[in-house]
Each structure stands twice: as structure tokens, then as C-alpha cells.
Design a protein around this ligand. Structure first.
Ligand SMILES: Cc1cc2nc3c(=O)[nH]c(=O)nc-3n(C[C@H](O)[C@H](O)[C@H](O)COP(=O)(O)OP(=O)(O)OC[C@H]3O[C@@H](n4cnc5c(N)ncnc54)[C@H](O)[C@@H]3O)c2cc1C
Length: 461
């Protein structure tokens, strides 16, 4: 099974005629009030909200490649309201605040929708609902038991037995599914990011692409950002650099860059679509520790990603790591196990991207340089929607604003750090192996995993 080899080795979303021409790199000596480093969702939302708050603020956004070239243009396009990488993780880690966090998450998702309307962004935003499918008996039990908990927290959730599930989407592997009708959307992430980029430019943000920031130096009255062809003196800085090599050492302690991979099929013809159903176009994922996420695109391709989460020694991040034949083999095989009806389907795109994993699986914040710098990183694979909240909070932190969000333990606390190398590599590899073993053993977690659970030190993608 090597159908994926014929696919274009680049992200489907970015392979579009709508991709805007690159903005100029920064050059010479310049200055600004606020510099935002990173042109993904976090940076774009931070820059946009800064301008919407105060149109007179001089904001510069610096992106080393092009806007959306990082995780933002490479993801599944699942926009989930949860700020905590799902309700179960939120309940586990922030039981005292989960009500507030769920509400802030819902408000945040609604804020994204309003911004899309306000700025007329055409990005295939749709709310078909989201189903987590069970493919093992222990997953059936776990998911079914979770329905009342979700309802208690205001989510419109329903358990679908195997027949109902297979009438929605037909896979012989499905034993049931947990349908969430609300608080989740699907989006074309690159078109959303490009729309936010245009909105930023319209409001006067100075956007520079092809501009890697090499170093930051604190000054008496600000921060100096050094780039290959220039220097930018900023009164304040927001770092929105995800799992890329960090510009401040504290991010390195907490964030490990983990590669996640995706295949996209050619558009399915009417007969193939009929064979799998999927009329409701729900976003889907399966329930294991190692899970797939999958969805339909506008033109009925299947985007199929996840399962493997690959960490490379020494926090390595590089373009060569974006293609991984062993993972593509696995993804293709697993897609056809799930939908044997699709035997012989061709693939159009294959790619990988960096996830900023932290041990609590959700965004964390920090400040530095005498309060002139703030960052929001660590979304761990659920940042499409949470990044607007991340950008907002980073802005509030650098401005010293006291808000409901900045008062939460969620914003104030840090995850446990990952150890330095070589322990980091060994620990992450062992954890991934143990999580796969738990999936094979009806969800039973080994002593090692239970010890990590007790410490609050986890690994996810
Ligand atoms: C394969 C994959 C699938 C995913 N699926 C989903 C999903 O379905 N749903 C979901 O919610 N989340 C998903 N995620 C996560 C989600 O994409 C991110 O959390 C989200 O896009 C937030 O992005 P960000 O802006 O923080 O990071 P990014 O989009 O990575 O942006 C960071 C930017 O900073 C730039 N940069 C880094 N260092 C520098 C520097 N020194 N100077 C200048 N620029 C710099 C990078 O080039 C990059 O563009 C997925 C991620 C991946 C990789």
C-alpha cells in the first residue's frame, strides 16, 4: 500500500491559488509599539485584537516563512471551543475552574465567528457537529458514561449506538459514537489565516514575511529584535512561535515539538461517497490514546491525520521531518481498515507539521523582560480556536490588564517541565510506547503511565 507516494508532498490547505503574495522582509532600523513574532493563528489574533482595541497602536508582525506556513496551515481544521484540550483534560487539571474555562471557550468560539463575519473572511466555516467513535468495547463504556458529564457542562451530546453510528458514517470498525452537536466547527485553516492577515493589513498592522527573528535583547525602554536584514526596537513583544526553536529559554523547558502527519485523498466520486455515507459531514476522531482525526473537505476529499506523534532528539524541527514514509504507510493502511470500501483510492497531498506539546496539553503563558514580553504556547494539537484566546491573554498580560481570564489558575500556572535531553527523548519515546500498549490492553494503563498521571505529567498530540 503506497498510494500516498503519488501525493503532493505539501499541505493541501496551502496548495491554493488564494495564497497571498509574500510581504517584504523587514530591513534597516525600525521601531514599533508592539512586535508580534509568529504569523500563525496566535500571532494573527494577537495583532488583530491589539489593533481592534486601539487602532492607533503601531503593531508589527514578523513571520520567518509566510503567514500560515506553520501548524496553522497544516492542521485538520477542527475548531473546538475547549481551551483545555477537551473537557476530560480540563476536569482533570482544572476542576475548580472548569465552568469558567468552558464558558470562556464558548465565548471565544463565538468571537471567532463574529470576526469572520466582521472581516468578511471566506473560510468554509461550518458547524456539522463532531463525533468521537468507539472501536473497542472499553471505549464504548467510557464514551457512553461521559454523555451526562458533557450535558452537565452545557454541551449538546448524544450517544449513538453502532447502528446509528454506521447510519451516519459507515465503517465496519465502529461500535458506537459520541456526537457533540455544539461548540465545534470545521474550517479551512489557511483561508481563515489569510483572511486574518488581510484584516490585520486593513487595520494597519505592518506584516513582514521571510523575517526570522534571530535574537531578543532587553533594553532600558523596550526590546530589540534582530533579524537577518534589520533590527526592530519594540516597546512590547508577543511571542507566538509554537513548537519552533524558542527565543526565550523558559519555553524550551515546557514545550516539546512533536510531528503529526496527514494524508488527503483525491475527491471521492458519488459512488464512493454513497459507500461510506457521511451525509452529515461531521468531523470525526477515534477514541484511543493514539487517535486519528478525519473530515471531509469542500470537494469531498478525506483529510486523515494523527495516530503517530513523533518527537525527534534535541527538539529537532526541520523541513525534512515533514515527510515520513513509515507514518504515511501506517495512515494509508489504517484509513483502508476503517473504510475498506475505499480500496484503490488515490491521495492528493501528504505532509507533517509541528505540534507544541506540553505536559498539561493546553496553552500556557509566560512573561519576561521586565513584563515587556509575553507568550502563549503549548496548545498540544488543539489550538485552532484556543489560539484566539491565547493571543488575547498574551496581549492582556503584556499590557498588565487584570481580566477574568488573567486571574485564572489556568493562565497563572505552568505545566510540569519536560526533563532535558537525553531524558526528554527517552521519556517521550517510552510514554508513546506505553500509550500504544494501553490501547491494545483495553485501555488499561501501566504502572509507568499511572505514575505520570499522578504527577500530572502527560504526553499527547
Ligand atoms: C498536523 C497538525 C494537525 C493539527 N490539527 C488540529 C486540529 O484539527 N484542531 C486544532 O485545534 N488544532 C490542530 N493542530 C494545532 C493547531 O494547528 C495549532 O495549535 C494552531 O494553529 C496555533 O498555531 P500557532 O499560531 O500557535 O502556531 P503556528 O501556526 O505554528 O505559528 C507559529 C509561527 O511562528 C513562526 N516562527 C517561529 N519562530 C519564529 C522566529 N524566530 N521568527 C519569526 N517567525 C517565527 C513560524 O514560522 C510559524 O508560522 C494541528 C497541528 C498540526 C501540526
Amino acid at each position: 500500500m503506497t498510494g500516498w507516494r503519488d501525493a503532493e508532498p505539501r499541505p493541501f490547505w496551502l496548495d491554493s491559488p488564494l495564497r497571498p503574495p509574500a510581504a517584504d522582509a523587514i530591513s534597516g532600523e525600525q521601531s514599533c509599539a508592539l512586535a508580534v513574532v509568529g504569523g500563525g493563528f496566535t500571532g494573527l489574533w494577537a495583532a488583530l485584537q491589539a489593533k481592534e482595541d486601539d487602532p492607533g497602536r503601531d503593531v508589527v508582525l514578523l513571520e520567518q516563512a509566510a503567514v500560515a506556513d506553520g501548524a496553522t496551515g497544516r492542521n485538520g481544521g477542527f475548531a473546538d471551543a475547549s481551551l483545555t484540550h477537551g473537557l476530560p483534560n480540563g476536569l482533570e487539571r482544572f476542576p475548580d475552574e472548569i465552568g469558567v474555562l468552558e464558558r470562556l471557550g464558548r465565548e471565544n468560539l463565538a468571537g471567532i465567528e463574529r470576526a469572520i463575519e466582521r472581516h468578511c473572511i471566506d473560510c468554509s466555516w461550518e458547524r456539522p457537529g463532531y463525533i468521537t467513535v468507539a472501536r473497542a468495547m472499553h471505549e464504548v463504556d467510557d464514551l457512553r458514561e461521559f454523555v451526562p458529564v458533557m450535558r452537565e457542562h452545557g454541551l449538546d451530546a448524544e450517544w449513538l449506538d453502532a447502528d446509528r453510528m454506521r447510519s451516519e458514517v459507515d465503517s465496519p470498525t465502529y461500535l458506537g459514537g459520541l456526537l457533540q452537536r455544539t461548540e465545534a466547527a470545521l474550517v479551512d485553516p489557511a483561508r481563515l489565516a489569510w483572511g486574518l492577515r488581510r484584516a490585520c493589513l486593513d487595520l494597519g498592522v505592518r506584516v513582514h514575511e521571510g523575517t526570522p527573528v534571530r535574537a531578543l535583547h532587553e533594553l532600558a525602554d523596550g526590546v530589540m529584535l534582530t533579524t537577518p536584514d534589520g533590527r526592530l526596537r519594540a516597546e512590547q513583544v508577543i511571542l507566538a512561535t509554537n513548537g519552533f526553536p524558542p527565543l526565550v529559554p523558559s519555553i524550551r523547558r515546557y514545550v516539546a515539538p512533536v510531528y503529526d502527519y496527514v494524508l488527503v485523498t483525491e475527491p471521492l466520486d458519488a459512488a464512493r461517497m454513497r459507500s461510506i455515507g457521511w451525509r452529515g459531514r461531521h468531523g470525526l476522531s477515534d477514541a484511543g490514546n493514539q487517535f486519528h482525526y478525519y473530515r471531509l473537505t469542500d470537494d469531498n476529499r478525506i483529510l486523515w491525520g494523527g495516530y503517530d506523534a513523533i518527537y525527534h532528539y534535541g527538539n529537532a524541527v526541520s523541513p525534512e521531518l515533514e515527510q515520513r514514509p513509515a507514518t504515511f504507510d501506517l495512515l494509508e493502511r489504517q484509513l483502508l481498515e476503517t473504510f475498506p470500501q475505499l480500496e484503490g483510492v488515490s491521495f492528493s497531498h501528504r505532509w507533517g507539521g509541528v505540534i507544541d506539546t506540553c505536559s498539561r496539553f493546553c496553552v500556557m503563558f509566560g512573561t519576561g523582560m521586565s513584563g515587556r514580553l509575553a507568550y502563549a504556547v503549548g496548545y498540544t494539537g488543539l489550538g485552532v480556536a484556543a489560539s484566539r484566546f491565547g493571543g488575547r491573554v498574551a496581549l492582556d498580560l503584556v499590557d498588565g490588564r487584570d481580566t477574568e481570564a488573567t486571574r485564572t489558575r489556568f493562565v497563572r500556572s505552568r505545566p510540569l517541565p519536560f526533563p532535558p535531553e537525553p531524558l526528554r527523548y527517552a521519556g517521550i519515546r517510552l510514554t508513546v510506547r506505553e500509550l500504544a500498549r494501553a490501547d491494545r490492553n483495553a485501555g488499561r494503563r501501566s504502572l509507568y503511565l499511572r505514575a505520570l498521571d499522578r504527577l500530572g505529567l502527560g504526553f499527547d498530540s
